[in-house]
Every structure is written in structure tokens, then in C-alpha cells.
Write a protein that binds this ligand. Structure first.
Ligand code: SF4
Length: 431
């Protein structure tokens, strides 16, 4: 059992965890292979929505049938451990013991009977640094877990209580990544703005990162509007590296539904926060998450969500139908809505949000941005994919080196894509 493959579902935290698992296994001389050619497959699962969960379980059964050994990691083990062993998992591990996955595999190989190692959690929370970045953009985790207990969310039950990572461990990891050519760092945690390592809060952490030498940008995900402070906004305003992209999950625009969700802010407070951010940082990019069809949401509540969308004009949104998750308080609420009603409202919401997105993109035509080149645009010959510090994706004419920072002027909006031209190239053309 030397050849492994990793299949990752879900959030940025899972992507990062899969990277840590990969580094650990490669350090132990395991060989990475495609799922078809491996001896064992690690399926890093997500349980935020039923759909993602069902898909992962299909994979477990399928790879078992193909004669692979199957390791199930991620969030599903934290609430469905026994069932995973029943459907074919050989090893079940949780989100806390990736640091010693290699030891768990060795132990399992000695007895070869399906086993859960979920309770093998380390005494102290482990934050494994990434040693070899795979790309110019990398996730750095600053905290694990969440204490908010939004009524629809499984994360507090799968990722546990909030633990913030020591600020200097984070700084050392970022310095090491920047030395290896990383240009875009995304700080991740389930609720980054409640970061506090006992000495530094989130704003102070950002200010320390700003002092790290080198040309790179810093983004973060996900904050919670509930306790997003003016101090953080000010710190960002006084920085060069920190993105003016604010991913502010709204979830619902109705204060009644926000209460049922236990989100702990009102429609008005959310709008005030957005106005505060835009007041201080007019160039701010605002994106969001929404849940449509939450139990008890009526037409009037849904209108409130549409009202916020019209007022804010988000630059992007991740929009979902409410998905009933096991043992979450919302799953016991009365007035669960039908899939038809949820789908109809989601449709309407997507239309309204898209109007705002296109309006915001049109406003960028003619403007000049510094962008980071991410890769060649496979679908558009002779173009490169780039991104601004504010996380706006741009297609730029010409082929540029990955990781280069160039200045570009937005020429047009083609469908949903912003098309830019490199200013230097344009000047050369003029001369
Ligand atoms: S803040 Fe986010 S991760 Fe935490 S419980 Fe709420 S939705 Fe889940």
C-alpha cells in the first residue's frame, strides 16, 4: 500500500487539509497517483450540504468496489462515523488528526480491519505549516472551529470550538511561503474576525503581516458580519498588502429569519456595516453567501433578502437552498419549506444578484488595476487569467508569466468576463 490519491470536497479549509495530508504522506515516501492507479484513496469530505455528503458516500462505495483501501477524512466522520465503516470505509479519521495520518495507516495495516480513529485527537490543537506550496496562491489557516452555532450549520459540531493559532507561527509560515514565490496568501478560518491568540486580535495580526517584506497580497475568509470591527477596516485602509475584498455572508435579509438562524445581527446592522466599509473604502469589493428557503421564511422575508441585494449590489454571491443538516437546531424547526418553493426563490434571487454583479462589472470598464497573473486562459487563446487585489477576476490579452504583477486597463465586459489590456503593451503599440 504505497500509492495514494486524495479527493477533496468542500471548503478552503479542506483544500488546505488535503495539502497537509499530501505533504505528510510524501514525506513518508508514499507515492501520489491518480484515483484509478492508487492503492488507497483519501476522501476528504464536506457535510455543509446534503448533496456534498451524498456524493462523498457514493465515492466511498465506488472505490471500495474497485478494490481500493478507503480512508474517509473531513467533516462527515464527526457525525456519521459508524455508517461510514458500514458502507466500506477502512479508516475513518476526523479533522484533528492529519498530523499523524501516516502513523494511523501503519497501525491499520497491522490489523487490516475497518476502524475509526476519530477519538485519536491530539491534546493541543495542531496547526501544521505548509512546507512546499503547490501554487502562487496558498491558504494559511489562522484558526480552527467556530463558537457561533448558527442554527443551520454543522461546522461547530464537526470542527469544534474556536482555537486561534499563535500569531508568530502564522508569520513564520507566511515568510517561508513568500520566500518560495507565493504571491497571494488567503488566511482561513471559519470565523476569522474572532481571531485572538491571547495577545493579538485579527486587526493586529493583519498589521503584523503587512510588515513582512516582499510583494504579495493577503486575503482572508470567512469573516462573520456579527463582530466585524471598525479597527479591522481601518487596518486594511492603512495597508498595501491587505485586500479590500470583504466576503460578508448575509445568509438572509430578513431580521426575523436571521434570528431563527441565530446569526446575531439584523438587516439594518448588516446594511450599516456595508455602508461603513464602502464609506472608508469606496473601491471595496463585497461578496456574500445566502440561504434561500430557510424554515419559516415567508414571501415577505424573501422580499427583504431581495431588498438587501438591490441595495448592496454584490460583486459575487454563493447562493444555496436551505439544506436540512442532521442534529442542527434548524432541522427541528417547524415550517420546513418544499424543495419547489426553495428552488423558485433561489431562481429569483440568482436573477436579482446577477443584475447587480453585471452592473458592478460594467462600472470597471476604463479603470486601471494592478493584477496578479494566475495562469494561461485555456479557453481563450492568447489570453491570461489574472486577479486584482480585490479578488476580481480579469482576462488579459497576452501571455504573461505566472505570478507576475502587471498593470491593466479594463477594455470591455464580454458576457460575465472582464477583458483587460496590459498598459505597457498598449503603450508599446501606440509608440
Ligand atoms: S459562523 Fe459560519 S461556520 Fe460558524 S456556525 Fe455560523 S455559518 Fe457555521
Amino acid at each position: 500500500m504505497k500509492k495514494f490519491s486524495i479527493i477533496t470536497f468542500g471548503c478552503q479549509m479542506n483544500v488546505r487539509d488535503s495539502h497537509i495530508i499530501r505533504e505528510k504522506l510524501l514525506e513518508e515516501n508514499y507515492i501520489e497517483e491518480s484515483p484509478e492507479n492508487c492503492d488507497f484513496v483519501v476522501i476528504n469530505t464536506c457535510s455543509v450540504r446534503k448533496k456534498a455528503e451524498n456524493k462523498a458516500k457514493v465515492y466511498v462505495r465506488e472505490y471500495k468496489k474497485k478494490g481500493k483501501s478507503v480512508i474517509v477524512a473531513g467533516c462527515i466522520p464527526h457525525h456519521d462515523e459508524k455508517n461510514l465503516l458500514k458502507i466500506g470505509a477502512d479508516i475513518v479519521i476526523g479533522t484533528k488528526n492529519y498530523a499523524f495520518i501516516h502513523k494511523i495507516i501503519k497501525e491499520w495495516q497491522n490489523q487490516k480491519k475497518p476502524e475509526s480513529f476519530l477519538n485519536r485527537t491530539p491534546k493541543k490543537e495542531i496547526f501544521e505549516p505548509i512546507k512546499k506550496p503547490e501554487d502562487i496562491s496558498t491558504f494559511v489557516d489562522i484558526m480552527h472551529g467556530c463558537d457561533n452555532f448558527c442554527s443551520f450549520c454543522v461546522v461547530p459540531y464537526t470542527r469544534g470550538r474556536e482555537v486561534s493559532r499563535d500569531a508568530f507561527e502564522i508569520i513564520e509560515e507566511i515568510k517561508c511561503l513568500v520566500k518560495q514565490g507565493v504571491k497571494e496568501i488567503t488566511l482561513i478560518g471559519q470565523n476569522v474576525n474572532s481571531y485572538f491568540d491571547g495577545k493579538y486580535d485579527f486587526a493586529e495580526l493583519l498589521a503584523i503581516i503587512e510588515e513582512i517584506p516582499g510583494k504579495f497580497w493577503v486575503k482572508y475568509s470567512s469573516p462573520n458580519p456579527r463582530d466585524f470591527s471598525y479597527k479591522v477596516i481601518k487596518t486594511i485602509k492603512n495597508s498595501e498588502k491587505i485586500s479590500r475584498w470583504f466576503h460578508m455572508p448575509l445568509q438572509s435579509g430578513s431580521t426575523k429569519v436571521l434570528k431563527l438562524m441565530k446569526r446575531d445581527y439584523t438587516k439594518e446592522e448588516y446594511l450599516d456595516l456595508i455602508n461603513l466599509i464602502r464609506g472608508e473604502l469606496p473601491e471595496a469589493v463585497i461578496t456574500t453567501d445566502t440561504i434561500t428557503g430557510f424554515p419559516g421564511e415567508d414571501e415577505k422575508d424573501f422580499e427583504e433578502t431581495l431588498d438587501v441585494v438591490r441595495k448592496v449590489k454584490f460583486d459575487m454571491a454563493f447562493m444555496f437552498k436551505y439544506s436540512r443538516r442532521p442534529r442542527t437546531p434548524a432541522s427541528f424547526l417547524k415550517n420546513q419549506l418544499s424543495e419547489r418553493v426553495k428552488a423558485e426563490r433561489l431562481d429569483k434571487l440568482i436573477k436579482e444578484v446577477t443584475k447587480g454583479i453585471l452592473e458592478r462589472r460594467k462600472e470597471r470598464i476604463g479603470k486601471v488595476y494592478e493584477i496578479l497573473i494566475l495562469e494561461k486562459a485555456e479557453k481563450y487563446r492568447g489570453y491570461s487569467k489574472g486577479i486584482t487585489r480585490e479578488n476580481v477576476k480579469i482576462l488579459i490579452k497576452g501571455e504573461f508569466e505566472k505570478g507576475a504583477f502587471i498593470t491593466c486597463k479594463i477594455k470591455e465586459l464580454k458576457g460575465h468576463s472582464l477583458i483587460g489590456e496590459n498598459l505597457k503593451e498598449a503603450q508599446k503599440c501606440i509608440l
